[in-house]
Ligand binder design. Structure first.
Ligand code: GLU
Length: 473
């Protein structure tokens, strides 16, 4: 079963990081029993509930796994997909623990899933199913502002999060922090500006950070700089779309291949991502778009510089790893490269920017949203005008001192106070940049850290172990 292979992959990466931490000059003394405790999921709740729809009773199966509670609340998305299973949810929950530790977001790891194909249900049916699922989770505090805070994942988005928050509020009308029970909500329902774009934006910042480290770029044999790089994107969902959009419109990269479930679009001069997305939204498919080709996973093996798997786990395995041509892979999805493929690619010198770092932008902005909900105020609301007044005075001073007017082309940007979106992007960029510097340092200065995934896992596992040790467990 794919879930088994995925869980084994994550556990393999974890064990590898532990053994690196135990060897070399930097032995951290993580004992085997502590490592075992950290690796396994603390609990996984399976719920089967009935919903009366279309004149009959349908039974749905859902999961919520809690991997590590060294920080609470625990955090992680809820996935709606037909092949969700316990091992997959446990693997994803573990990844959330490592991800949060790596980007210093003070949450433990959790993940949920519901076995469902959302495309088979109408909006109102999905709402009833989601609300029933929320009731089941709420009964066990598996949705709770201070214990367990879900978020969107594959097959879910703002809409589902709004239903969940609303259902939680109905069940807990006196709970002051009820909005903080889930993140990824629409801005009009307690969400935060920039959450929807956050994971894709994080991928952009991660790539920029990578290209700002010439010694790391050298390992790929590519010439420095993002502009002109040819990119393959697999999956034009929320994450793939935003990553592709920002890379092409703001960084000069060329999206030469987009691979979707029903074929691919190829254009060596660069695909207009917004235009393609509009076509997909309108027609439900990439078919009939200019450059459309009938293609399956073999498009991952096309000739380009950067490969961005942005859909599901285990799309690169020992079956196809040998044929991947890009010297750089950035894992926008969770677990797209199996442990075996990872070894093959590493041996071939392919650099992989790993999921626990590359797609951590989502949970980072979720953290900002959660703080916003607890503080009940929009970021920037108190400071924005004060900032603008101070900057205007500064500009007046410069004009008085120089006797010259401040340049017109700079004035707007110079006096503009920070709105919520500016602060969210600033916090996200800072997180991605500073985390990259930590990973790169470990990668370049520890012989055991042979690749970026091992380096990132070493940082994450060391932090979780320190947290457990200081808890006295
Ligand atoms: N589902 C996303 C992830 O895998 C977001 C989790 C969150 O925001 O809590 O990282």
């Amino acid at each position: 079963m794919a879930g088994d292979a995925f869980l084994q992959s994550i556990e393999h990466n974890f064990k590898n990081a532990v053994s690196c931490l135990k060897s070399g000059d930097h032995a951290d003394g993580i004992s085997d029993d502590l490592a075992e405790k950290i690796m396994v999921a603390n609990s996984t709740y399976v719920v089967r509930f009935g919903v009366r729809l279309r004149g009959k009773l349908f039974t749905f199966t859902g999961y919520r796994s809690v991997h590590s509670e060294h920080f609470e609340p625990v955090k992680g998305g809820i996935r709606y997909a037909p092949d969700v299973n316990q091992q997959e949810v446990e693997a994803l929950a573990a990844l959330m623990s490592y991800k949060c530790a790596l980007v210093e977001v003070p949450f433990g790891g959790s993940k949920g899933g519901l076995i469902i194909d959302p495309r088979e249900w109408s909006e109102s049916e999905l709402e009833r199913i989601t609300r029933r699922f929320t009731q089941e989770l709420a009964k066990r505090d598996l949705i709770h502002p201070s214990q367990n805070v879900p978020a969107p994942d594959v097959g879910t988005g703002e809409r589902e999060m709004a239903w969940m928050a609303d259902e939680y509020k109905r069940l807990n009308p006196a709970e002051l922090n009820a909005w903080a029970c889930v993140t990824g909500k629409p801005v009009t329902k307690g969400g935060i500006a920039g959450r929807t774009e956050a994971t894709g934006r994080g991928v952009e910042y991660a790539l920029r950070a990578f290209f700002d480290h010439p010694e790391d770029v050298k390992r790929t044999g590519m010439i420095p700089g993002l502009p002109g790089k040819r990119v393959i994107v697999q999956g034009l969902g929320n994450v793939g779309y935003h990553a592709a959009l920002f890379l092409s419109t703001e960084n000069g990269a060329l999206i030469t291949h987009v691979l979707e479930r029903d074929g691919a679009v190829v254009d060596e001069t660069g695909i207009d991502i917004d235009d393609l997305k509009q076509h997909v939204t309108k027609t439900g498919s990439v078919k009939n778009y200019k450059g459309y080709v009938e293609s399956g996973m073999e498009m991952l093996e096309a000739d380009a510089d950067i490969l961005i798997p942005a859909a599901m786990e285990l799309v690169i395995t020992e079956e196809n790893a040998d044929r991947i041509k890009t010297p750089l892979i950035i894992e926008a999805a969770n677990g797209p490269v199996s442990a075996e493929a990872d070894r093959i690619l590493r041996d071939r010198g392919v650099v992989i920017i790993p999921d626990l770092y590359a797609n951590a932008g989502g949970v980072t902005v979720s953290y900002f949203e959660w703080i916003k909900n607890l503080s009940r105020i929009r970021f920037g609301r108190m400071q924005r005008r004060a900032e603008e007044n101070r900057l205007a005075a500064l500009i007046q001073g410069v004009e008085q001192l120089t006797g010259k007017p401040f340049p017109d082309n700079l004035i707007d940007e110079a006096v503009r106070g920070s709105a919520e979106i500016d602060l969210v992007r600033s916090g996200l960029e800072d997180t991605m940049r500073s985390t990259y510097a930590v990973i790169s340092d470990v990668w370049n200065n520890n012989p055991e850290a042979t690749d970026m995934r091992t380096a990132a896992m070493m940082v994450a596992v060391r932090r979780i172990a320190t947290s457990y040790q200081s808890l006295g467990i």
